[in-house]
Design a binder for this molecule. Sequence first.
Ligand code: ADP
Ligand SMILES: O=C(O)[C@H](O)C(=O)COP(=O)(O)O
Length: 434
Amino acid sequence: MDSSHPPLFLGCIADDVTGATDIASNLVQAGMRTVQVFGVPNPADLMALQADAVVVALKSRSIDRDAAVSMSLQSLAALQQAGAQRFFFKYCSTFDSTPAGNIGPVAESLMNELGVAQTIFCPAFPANGRTVYQGHLFVNGQLLNESGMHNHPLNPMTDANLVRVLQRQTTKSVGLIDWNDLRAAKVRSSMQSLADDGIAMVITDACDDDHLQRLAQQTTQLEFLTGGSGIARWLPQAWRESGLLTAVDSEPSALAAFDRVADRGRAAVLSGSCSPATNRQVHYLKSRCASLALDIERLLASPENALADMEHFLRAVPDREPLMIYSTSDPERVAQLQQAFGTAVVAEAIETAMGRLAKQLVDDHGVRRLVLAGGETAGAVTRKLGIHAIRVGPEICPGVPLTETVSAEPLSLVLKSGNFGDDQFFEKAIQVAT
Ligand SMILES: Nc1ncnc2c1ncn2[C@@H]1O[C@H](COP(=O)(O)OP(=O)(O)O)[C@@H](O)[C@H]1O
Ligand SMILES: O=C(O)[C@H](O)C(=O)COP(=O)(O)O
């Protein structure tokens, strides 16, 4: 290990793969050398990475609560052994979770393991339209439960009041630091008075980046924080200003290297997200490159026949031409399938198919650039491909960076959060990766 490189400073535990890449991107933008690893890591591997920050990408957002807690605690232990001094639990900027968890239970277990009496919950990411006001989460100015997130296939968000949502998920008391506290720069004193009242979990308002910067500056004393990726864009600067973090900027050469890795073959888009943004992105791209919608009924009835049909499509696309395969559908169609076959059955069948398709594309069809839309989808694909770590490079849009696998033959990956990116995102991601 290069002794000249400062030791690992920040350990992040993310509950889904695209959410992990999202926070990793903001940390790179903030000048931290960041590596993302997949699944519960080995401490020795983490120390060998020579990174300022490591993001552990778990696929724990929508699984059994106890399993999510267990893998999160195992990841914390590995990060502690690797020497991390600050810890961050990353969940969705739209607080994706069910009334039974997992944000509350995982955060509670991490707090208890770290011996932390109080921490913040800051999902706001204004650069991507996620703002919190009086404890209510807005997406592009619409209340969360009216933004389309109420139709999420796995974690429908039907209540925008995050104090209420989080309180349903935890036995600890939940409170709020609101806009007035931020404006009056009273975050620390407000947190102390909340702590005096026994409030352990503090939802924080934030409507713009100035609010996030203030929150970052006034929470440097916290060993453990939670939130979306927004505040992570400002924490490194606050930690440097308080002398906690050595000022090490990302090496421009390291970021430039991404331009070379990408141009090694064909690009393919695999989209399993059914978010409004991804529906628009699929609609835009499907008239611009070879595209195939998964026949989900056929997939459920006979996976092998369905995959044989897809192989036929793949062979019909001219070599090196980009292509897209998607299950992305509107809420009505999603609900119809879930009612007919069961939510978990449909999700599992699609995620498994996406994993097998990705392996086929890489092994047999010359694909070296994969654009994956959706956290659960990306989690299934990266697991099937056996990807253990990625280097995080320049962002294509806020929260979505270009990445490449840490492997003998690097694969260019774009792991897109369901709701991120404009209508032309896929086209940009393919071109940027060329
Ligand atoms: N047409 C569909 N009908 C039902 N479920 C679907 C459909 N397409 C995808 N899914 C499932 O919905 C979930 C989408 O989650 P995810 O990939 O995380 O996307 P997002 O980033 O939008 O949350 C996955 O489990 C996926 O398998
Ligand atoms: O929106 C966010 O904070 C993250 O990018 C995220 O968690 C996305 O998860 P998704 O499953 O891709 O929506």
